[in-house]
Design a protein around this ligand. Structure first.
Ligand code: HAM
Length: 422
């Protein structure tokens, strides 16, 4: 019997893993520069954490969680997102005790029983950042600045953030009443899903992709016009901050997000060439979440971005792939050279990842394999017409080679990497 990977999951093979690692390094550089500290939380949590945190009416909780009962009868779920888990850890580890703002980030797999398609997986990786402890609108600006700066390093030109305010629970409740009235009067023109949403979660109709619903949705009253004075002032400061920092953005009153914890600022960044799953990342403020998870009233704001989508976007733009290191392969052509090769590899590893081909194949096959592996340099030991102390250093990117004393190989490869030729 042969096994296959589960739908919506991926094997990341070494060539792709190098891209993942380069992305990881780039993201971590930005996060460190903004002074966010890494937090690692478990892959599974008490199911109720997500029911209370993300919201019992959301698609994530209703349809998409991997929930199971453990041997003691407890209901556990694989984490569908990181924010609720970070808030749980923040409370459990008393991270708020010293006051001030805790700035945290995570990079890791999340699990959602979504319908798999391009850019949508059941196991996917997110980068997320959370700033817990500040209610100030400038904290929202910092989080958006962090997300856009992290993406700008990759590089991904032309990105802009779409920003909205979903108000706070009181002004939103008043708005939702208005919205329900407006939707009820046009109920028959709406798709089945939107009809169901009228009672449970009317703002989600803004997320509907159904063409038939569009004319109705366009006529609906918008949250922006129903914000209370404080929420409106908060939103204005966020917008002014984005302008001031030169962060490309536009207001989009249809951004409502698929998670229930948001208050005030909600934002997304899309990359249209990705098609239906164009959201690279999103987030917002969640001033009620810490309390919903059993803590004292504590404001917070954060974002997450999908790493598969970022890598896919980089491929699509043909942006120079995230820089990878120059790699070296040593090809010993007879048994006597193999230990020499293993020894020489130690010195070459100072310059870049180095592997020795111990397959015992012919030079031709070894060179072909070296080319396919993406190595930049091949060092050949034991070539027929060379003396025992000589080595051939071949630049595989241009197919040019030169003969060196074995003791001079490291210097030759270094010169080649520094662009001075072999
Ligand atoms: P989210 O919008 O559900 O927000 O997910 C954030 C990002 O994760 C999406 O924009 C997308 O790039 C990626 N993503 C989501 N689902 C999938 C999937 N099935 N396959 C591939 N990628 C996916 C959150 O998760 C919030 N925790 C964000 C946040 C942090 N809000 C405040 N702090």
């Amino acid at each position: 019997m042969r096994f296959q990977r589960q739908r919506g999951t991926q094997d990341i093979l070494p060539e792709q893993a190098r891209q993942w690692q380069a992305l990881d390094r780039s993201l971590r550089r930005t996060l460190a520069a903004f002074d966010y500290g890494e937090i690692r939380t478990p892959l599974f949590e008490d199911t109720q954490l997500f029911v209370r945190g993300v919201g019992s009416d959301t698609d994530i909780v209703q349809k998409e969680m991997y929930t199971f009962v453990d041997r003691k009868g407890r209901s556990l779920s694989l984490r569908p997102e990181g924010t609720a888990a970070v808030v749980r850890a923040y409370l459990e580890n008393q991270m708020g005790h010293e006051g001030g703002v805790r700035r945290l980030f995570y990079i890791g797999p999340m699990y959602r029983y979504d319908r798999p398609q391009a850019g949508r997986f059941r196991e996917f990786f997110q980068l997320g950042a959370e700033a817990i402890g500040s209610a100030e609108p400038e904290q929202d600006v910092e989080i958006i600045d962090l997300m856009m700066t992290a993406l700008a390093q990759l590089p991904m030109p032309g990105l802009e953030v779409e920003v909205n305010s979903v108000g706070h629970p009181e002004c939103r409740a008043a708005y939702e009443t208005r919205l329900r009235q407006a939707l009820a009067s046009e109920r028959t023109a709406l798709c089945g899903t939107c009809q169901e949403r009228i009672d449970a979660n009317p703002m989600r109709v803004f997320d509907c992709k159904n063409e038939a619903c569009r004319p109705v949705v366009q006529r609906l009253p918008r949250m922006r016009e129903h914000l209370c004075a404080e929420c409106s002032a908060h939103h204005d400061v966020v917008l002014a901050g984005l302008r001031e920092l030169g962060i490309p953005h536009r207001e989009n009153s249809t951004i409502v997000r698929g998670l229930d914890y948001y208050t005030r600022t909600a934002f997304e960044v899309h990359y249209p060439p990705l098609g239906a799953q164009s959201a690279l990342g999103g987030g917002g403020r969640y001033d009620g979440l810490v309390e919903a998870c059993g803590g004292p009233p504590t404001p917070g704001v954060g974002f997450s971005a999908g790493l598969e989508r970022i890598l896919f976007a980089l491929e699509k733009t043909h942006a120079p792939a995230v820089a990878t290191e120059d790699r070296i392969v040593i090809l010993p052509l007879d048994r006597e050279r193999r230990l020499q090769a293993l020894q020489l590899a130690h010195a070459l590893r100072e310059l870049g990842p180095t592997a020795v081909d111990l397959s015992g194949r012919s030079l031709k096959s070894q060179l072909r394999a070296a080319g396919r592996s993406g190595a930049r340099v091949a060092v050949i030991l034991g070539a027929e017409d060379r003396s025992a102390d000589e080595a051939v250093v071949r630049d595989l990117s241009v197919g040019v080679q030169a003969v060196h004393e074995r003791t001079g190989v490291v210097a030759a490869v270094r010169a080649l990497f520094q662009g001075q030729g072999g």
